[in-house]
Design a protein around this ligand. Structure first.
Ligand SMILES: N[C@@H](CCC(=O)N[C@@H](CS)C(=O)NCC(=O)O)C(=O)O
Length: 202
């Protein structure tokens, strides 16, 4: 049985979205997004930094959302939501899949720290503005890639679960500027997917 260690409004939503898209049975271990749960000895035994998501697959424990997505696809599907290695879509799939945690999430993390996590007296306006500029730069190629396409590689794939979730989070933080029309339409398209809605309601 797959058990997802989960907290709301976190990257754990990606994994719920994935499992719902795939129709796989799973259990949720719901925790609060709070140190009392995430930094407990019990959860640190699963993830040394006390973070989510963590997946447990009958005693196999794995963390890092991208790795979990890859693991579930490899071990629990017949290659769903991922082009075959010899497909012309494969390189682009890999690129956008990893672009998410590599390029888009770092400035989002800084924005969250500088607006939500730090008390106002410790917030740094310069760091915030730099992260906002960086995020704008990181999203520009995504805006271009989505021109004339419904999804990042054309068809819906796990890259949309990674990057789409990041864009959803950045939209909620008010970080996607109004000029990025393709990204806005893409987010709205993703938000109509029943699996996405179930995941965000979890
Ligand atoms: N790169 C990791 C990031 C994991 C991560 O930072 N998760 C956040 C939630 S989105 C977390 O657990 N934060 C709790 C904390 O930092 O105490 C992944 O993709 O799984």
């Amino acid at each position: 049985m797959l058990t997802l260690h989960f907290a709301p409004n976190s990257r754990a939503g990606r994994i719920v979205w994935l499992l719902e898209e795939l129709g796989l049975p799973y259990e949720l271990n719901r925790m609060d997004f709070h140190p009392k749960d995430l930094k407990s000895d019990e959860h640190r035994a699963r993830h040394p930094l006390g973070r989510v998501p963590v997946l447990d697959d009958d005693g196999i424990t794995i963390y890092e959302s991208g790795a979990i997505v890859e693991y579930v696809i490899a071990r629990h599907t017949d290659g769903a939501l991922k082009p075959a290695v010899d497909s012309p879509l494969f390189p682009e799939f890999l690129q956008w899949f990893h672009y998410c945690e590599g390029m888009v999430m770092p400035p989002i993390n800084t924005i969250v720290v500088q607006t939500i996590l730090l008390p106002p007296e410790r917030q740094n306006k310069e760091a915030l503005e730099q992260a906002q500029r960086l995020l704008g730069k990181a999203l520009a190629p995504v805006e271009v890639a989505l021109e004339g396409r419904d999804y990042l590689i054309g068809e819906f794939s796990a890259a949309d679960i990674m990057l789409g979730h990041a864009l959803y989070m950045s939209g909620r933080l008010g970080c996607v500027d109004d000029t990025m029309k393709n990204i806005q339409a893409y987010r709205e398209r993703l938000e109509t997917r029943p699996a996405f809605q179930k995941a965000m309601a979890a």
